[in-house]
Design a protein around this ligand. Structure first.
Ligand code: BTN
Length: 268
């Protein structure tokens, strides 16, 4: 573990941040159950779109598919609150993964891959997980009541020190061979997400960029979706974010939610 982390704070993240919306308002918590819960409380209070919740430590961080999420020292744990148009809901995951991948590249010089549906990988290992929670009931202006994008990035830590993630995860410091500024990374992430949100709101789709960044296409995969587990080749993705898998019997199956494991190297 790398100690003496550069401190995070609302001011360090948001002062002079060059964004239209995302990160104009930041709430920092030294300790919170989950930034997702804190964000949901803020939504109920009517905070502006683009509000960011960031925490040094989560006592009950959660991941996709009801998994728990570790927040060791040196991690980044944050949630971004958006009220997007209903028609943009499928692109929220594209926005989040592209934003994380670009910011990692800008800050570290390392180009990560995106594994469907929303893991960010370096060298085949997970460096970031993304969780989306949404209330899609329509608000005025054909907007979703809320989308909360939760992002957890392993920045300055040694995954080998945590048995739960030792074999499947990496960190930016491990990949780059040096400590990475969490403040620089968060600021960059918010700027990249903001740019992508502006693109979306001015009618440009994020689908092509997202599709090109996916590392699973053409790969043999094991798919877990709800109660089903099956094997095939990840063939393509649709503009709604779904994955098409060619099965050994020739059938093409559409997967809207779930997880895939690449068969050749076994990471998750
Ligand atoms: C996954 O890969 O399963 C998604 C992990 C998402 C973790 C982040 S950390 C910040 C936010 N708060 C949480 O409790 N979860 C997300």
């Amino acid at each position: 573990m790398i100690n003496n982390q550069e401190p995070l704070s609302a001011a360090a993240v948001s002062d002079n941040l060059n964004t239209a919306l995302i990160g104009r308002h930041v709430e920092y918590f030294p300790v919170v159950s989950s930034t997702m819960d804190a964000a949901r409380d803020l939504v109920r209070k009517g905070v502006p779109e683009g509000t960011v919740v960031i925490a040094e430590e989560q006592t009950a961080g959660r991941g996709r598919l009801a998994r728990s999420w570790l927040t060791p020292q040196g991690n980044i744990a944050l949630s971004v609150i958006l009220y997007p148009r209903i028609s943009h809901l499928p692109e929220m995951i594209m926005l989040a993964s592209l934003g994380v991948a670009r910011s990692i590249e800008v800050v570290t010089g390392i180009k990560p891959g995106i594994k469907w549906p929303n893991d960010i990988l370096i060298g085949g290992k997970k460096v970031c997980g993304i969780l989306l929670e949404a209330d899609a009931r329509v608000s005025p202006g054909e907007r979703a009541a809320y989308v909360i994008i939760g992002i957890g990035i392993n920045v300055n830590l040694q995954p080998s020190g945590f048995s739960e993630i030792a074999s499947t995860a990496t960190s930016l410091s491990l990949a780059a061979g040096k400590a990475i500024s969490r403040v620089a990374l968060v600021r960059n992430l918010l700027m990249e997400m903001d740019k992508l949100y502006v693109e979306l709101n001015t009618g440009r789709s994020l689908f092509e960029k997202w599709q090109k960044s996916l590392v699973n296409l053409g790969q043999a995969v094991t798919v877990t979706s709800f109660d089903a587990v099956f094997e095939g080749t990840a063939e393509s993705v649709g503009p709604d974010g779904s994955l098409f898998v060619r099965c050994p019997d020739g059938a093409l199956r559409r997967v809207v939610a779930g997880d895939v494991t690449l068969k050749d190297n076994g990471w998750k």
